[in-house]
Design a protein around this ligand. Structure first.
Ligand code: SF4
Length: 456
């Protein structure tokens, strides 16, 4: 049986299990059948996960395959080893940025508090020779703030002739790549143009931080530690022209699982260390997260902001209503029996398929949808929380959820660093620099979906 979401007839099939959304594909791709295992799939230990499939458009190009395969521990150690050689012209400053959804994995895996896990991870990376270890939460702050502004603008511009709504989130590379490569128009114009946290972190490190340190961006090797393989592909997609002064924002993405494996196999003696900040000597800031069960909570932030800006309504707790399943939820703002805002969260492929189907039929009741490729959100990314046979490690995931929930929540508006960066780095909140550093464009409006072998 052909994988139902794939655009290539020859592509592999999917095992139906209770854990269907997260099931791995157990039949090799055509290339694999011919004995040429795709590099991307080799990375996932010869298993193709649904989120990978969403990302890979069956399959990645040969060039992308090579570049993705280079984003591994070997590539990382090559840079570390060059830094130990006498030829200083080849030395690079190594900066590692850790996604907030990765830290609970290290905490759960090593039975530590999230603060101790971050100190241990940071100490480990520094003992290997990494110079700076950052947290990407600040990049998510920018992404959420820009998404909030864009939603309000779209809501005000929306009309029947030129529909600006619904707005669909764009922080998940698995979903965005699928929308761009497979769905095309009419889906791509609905993608929020705010860059993802990973892309913004690339700009912060290779542009803001590089300037502060008086370094050329190509002298920095920037690694992201992320919960999924999809982010490796995202790192490749950055248009070099929009990248920081000709250098890609992210040079390499390693999954949390890949780093944990390095930690387990390493015999270096580790001294715990605090995370660095982009601002020089300020150290040991309290870890914080955004609202939302396991991702950066775009829905909750945009919902509250829109309710206030558009209808002068203060929303405290955001109340989710599960519809078809726990990964398809709805949130509404109602007044005198009228629905003012209708938002949804759609996680996992089946729910994404349902959203797109409704969108294509023109019967779409939502103003906004938070779309994530992984059922359950980013904590369930395929680069962490999985057993040796590629299934979700439910016990570990449960632990991670509890750890993540206990991290204090801070609104992106409350970050003084973010406000300072808007002024100091971006020349204000509405400047051309904001557009350049914090927004992106999508392929298209896309290759029309009907030109592809796709059946909904
Ligand atoms: S939902 Fe999160 S973990 Fe899963 S593919 Fe998207 S960004 Fe990666």
């Amino acid at each position: 049986m052909k994988c139902e979401h794939c655009t290539r007839k020859e592509c592999s099939k999917k095992t139906k299990t209770d854990d269907q959304e997260n099931a791995s594909v157990d039949v090799p791709s055509p290339a694999q059948e011919n004995g040429e295992k795709g590099e991307f799939h080799k990375l996932a230990d010869a298993k193709i996960f649904l989120s990978d499939c969403l990302a890979c458009d069956s399959c990645v190009s040969a060039e992308e395959g090579i570049q993705v395969s280079q984003q591994n521990a070997k590539d990382f150690f090559q840079v570390l080893n060059l830094n130990k050689k006498c030829d200083t012209s080849k030395h690079r400053v190594l900066a590692v940025s850790v996604c907030p959804q990765s830290l609970p994995y290290f905490a759960a895996k090593f039975s530590l508090s999230v603060t101790d896990a971050s100190r241990r991870l940071c100490g480990f990376l520094k003992s290997l020779g990494v110079h700076y270890v950052f947290d990407t939460t600040i990049a998510a702050d920018f992404s959420i703030l820009e998404s909030q502004k864009e939603f309000v603008r779209r809501f005000r511009q929306h009309n029947e002739e030129e529909p600006a709504l619904p707005m669909l989130t764009s922080a998940c590379p698995g979903w965005v790549r699928y929308a761009e490569r497979v769905l095309g128009h009419p889906v791509t114009p609905h993608l929020c143009t705010a860059k993802s946290p990973q892309q913004i972190m690339g700009s912060l490190v290779k542009d803001y931080f590089a300037r502060r340190q008086n370094l050329s961006p190509d002298k920095i090797f920037h690694v992201i530690v992320a919960p999924c393989y999809d982010k490796k592909l995202e790192a490749l997609q950055e248009d070099v022209l929009t990248a920081s002064r000709g250098s890609r924002g992210t040079d390499c993405v390693l999954t949390s699982g890949e780093i944990a494996q390095m930690m387990e196999q390493s015999d270096v003696s580790v001294r715990e260390a605090a995370l660095d900040t982009l601002f020089g000597n300020v150290k040991e800031e309290e870890l914080r997260r955004h609202d939302g069960a396991s991702s950066d909570g775009y829905l909750a932030h945009i919902f509250r902001h829109a309710a206030k800006e558009l209808f002068n309504e203060d929303v405290g707790e955001v109340t989710y209503r599960a519809l078809r399943n726990k990964d398809f939820q709805e949130v509404t703002l109602e007044k005198s029996g009228e629905v003012l805002l209708r938002f949804a969260a759609a996680y996992g492929f089946r729910n994404i398929q349902n959203v797109v189907l409704k969108l294509k039929k023109g019967k779409f009741p939502y103003h906004f949808v938070e779309v994530l490729a992984c059922a359950g959100g980013c904590l369930n990314g395929r680069g962490q929380a999985q057993t040796a046979d590629g299934r979700t490690d439910k016990a570990l995931l449960q632990k991670m959820k509890g750890i993540y929930a206990d991290i204090p929540v801070q609104l992106p508006e409350a970050s003084t660093h973010v406000q300072e960066l808007y002024q100091e780095w971006l020349d204000g909140t509405d400047s051309p620099r904001v557009q350049e550093a914090l927004h992106t464009a999508y392929q298209g409006p896309g290759r029309p979906a009907d030109s592809r072998d796709i059946k909904w």
